[in-house]
Design a protein around this ligand. Structure first.
Ligand SMILES: C[S@@+](CC[C@H](N)C(=O)[O-])C[C@H]1O[C@@H](n2cnc3c(N)ncnc32)[C@H](O)[C@@H]1O
Length: 363
């Protein structure tokens, strides 16, 4: 991996998201820059910020994630191709709507001093009106995704949470007192061949790529969150409901969708148990994923985790190619160091603000 001099990182946009790689983009782009690659897969795309950076840097980009919100963001930024004015007109229309009490207000809107709801009622009333109107528009799926992305970004700016929807703040955050307003997402000129998938990673790996970037769920690297595992379906259930507008059965204090229960939707990568041989199940999945990747280069992000998972990860990486570089990034201080001694790396205590990036050549 080269240094960060002369690295142009395109601007990207995204919601607050546990594990978002916004701060790591310079390192990711630097790792990829000098490689002979054209077709890339962002296999766990989340906010799609990495995909947005890839596409703007000239790579044919496939963006994949199991989550429907990620598919929506991907279509907004990588596929929707109408001029800005087309979407702006619709967004202006949505902003002019009068709000009313509907399903979202009933379950997610609050007023009075208490809080404990993700949004203030004046905003869920707008949400009810806007979401119903989006369904009334006769739009293609990518065009609808631009409006849904705009709505989710707008909601993200007035939420009453610490960044996820598994719990809500008591009282009201300053942000939540604002008024929901839709803005045109920050799209860019499409010059590459992009695709968006909503598949399990093993499904997405059926195709060939020059490079695959893997950013599977590990522990959280968000300071505001506990260092425990992040359960994406549980944390961002509300984005799924806003997108599907399907009025699902809800449960619990944070009114989560029934299908966001761990038993139904947890990912194998969020699994922190070991198998009968004492190997972490999540690590087994990573091993299988690296084995299946049909790509010359693999870039893997890793954050948090104890020594045991590090040792297993290192062993796994070495089984699947030649390690071209391994870097440790202190993302709070924007400092990067090359990992020169794996023994030292394995011995170090895991610091919550460190991220690791491994580049493998599998030839
Ligand atoms: C660490 S986040 C990725 C963050 C992303 N790189 C960004 O910058 O926003 C991990 C993502 O993996 C997705 N995910 C979990 N299990 C998956 C699976 N089996 N296949 C594909 N995606 C999965 C989650 O929905 C989540 O968005």
């Amino acid at each position: 991996m080269t240094g960060l001099d002369n690295i142009q990182v395109p601007q990207t946009q995204g919601v607050k998201y546990a594990g978002s790689k916004l701060k790591l983009l310079p390192y990711i782009m630097s790792a990829v820059k000098s490689l002979p690659v054209r077709k890339v897969l962002d296999a766990f795309a989340g906010t799609t910020r990495v995909s947005q950076a890839f596409a703007q840097s000239g790579y044919d980009t496939t963006c994949n994630d199991v989550a429907v919100w990620s598919e929506v963001f991907g279509n907004c930024y990588l596929v929707a191709d109408k001029p800005d004015a087309f979407y702006q007109k619709l967004i202006d229309q949505l902003n002019r709507l009068d709000g009313y009490d509907g399903w979202f207000s009933q379950h997610y809107g609050g007023e009075g001093p208490e809080g404990h709801r993700p949004f203030q009622l004046h905003n869920t009333r707008k949400l009810d009106a806007i979401r119903d109107q989006i369904d009334r528009f006769d739009l293609s799926w990518p065009d609808k995704c631009v409006l849904l992305t705009s709505l989710i970004l707008g909601l993200d700016a007035v939420d009453n949470t610490l960044g996820h929807y598994a719990a809500y703040l008591s009282g009201w955050s300053a942000r939540s007192c604002g008024t929901l307003e839709l803005k045109l997402p920050r799209r860019f000129r499409l010059t590459t061949h992009n695709r968006v998938l909503r598949s399990d990673v093993f499904e997405a790996l059926r195709d060939r790529y020059d490079l695959v970037y893997f950013d599977p769920p590990y522990g959280s690297n968000n300071e505001k969150m506990p260092p425990s595992r992040v359960r994406y379906a549980a944390y961002y259930h509300l984005w799924k409901t806003v997108i599907l507008n399907d009025r699902p059965e809800l449960f619990g204090k944070s009114a989560r969708r029934e299908d966001s229960r761990d038993a139904v939707s947890a990912s194998v990568f969020e699994e922190y148990r070991k198998d009968a041989d004492g190997k972490f199940l999540a690590m087994r999945a990573i091993d299988r994923m690296l084995a299946q990747a049909d790509a010359r280069y693999v870039l893997l992000s890793y954050s948090s985790g104890g020594r045991a998972t590090r040792e297993e990860l290192f062993e796994t990486l070495q089984n699947h190619g030649r390690l071209l570089s391994a870097v440790e990034i202190d993302y709070r201080q924007n400092v990067m160091a090359h990992i020169v001694s794996t023994r030292q790396w394995l011995r170090d205590e895991a610091a919550p603000h460190k991220e690791y990036l491994f580049l493998l050549d599998r030839r």
